[in-house]
Write a protein that binds this ligand. Structure first.
Ligand code: AMP
Ligand code: ZN
Length: 116
């Protein structure tokens, strides 16, 4: 598979072709604020390579998956968050709408467990 899908919104954000409120970027990942935030901090951390979900990312680009999680920790620290929730939705049935793997990093409010 190519590192890029020409029809993918998040590949376009990686390439700088679609604007985003970027929080940080490094060799493996880009972090930007969710356009429809569900918490005071709601940042999406995405791998630069195109993979449709977390499991495919783990299978095909494990270093990028690790980079997503270490980037999430940097984002949380930068936001002043000691605690945060990190979520990969996998499949339309649980609400995945963009099929480029992305880790939701949420914090700054109370969270219920189990999640809704
Ligand atoms: P999911 O439902 O897990 O696939 O998450 C997709 C997320 O991407 C949603 O929370 C959307 O609000 C967010 N989103 C969609 N388009 C954009 C965009 N152009 N910039 C930032 N976030 C976006
Ligand atoms: Zn993509």
């Amino acid at each position: 598979m190519s590192d890029r899908d020409p029809d993918c919104l998040f590949c376009k954000i990686v390439a700088g072709e679609v604007p985003a409120d970027i929080v940080l970027e490094n060799d493996e990942a880009v972090a930007f604020r969710d356009i429809n935030p569900q918490a005071p901090t709601h940042v999406l951390v995405i791998p630069k390579v195109h993979q449709p979900n977390a499991a495919e990312l783990a299978r095909n680009a494990p270093d990028a998956l690790a980079g997503v999680f270490t980037t999430a920790a940097e984002v949380a620290a930068g936001e002043g968050l000691e605690d945060y929730r990190a979520v990969f939705n996998t499949g339309a049935g649980v609400g995945q709408t963009v099929f480029h793997a992305h880790l939701h990093v949420l914090g700054g409010r109370d969270f219920a467990w189990p999640p809704g």
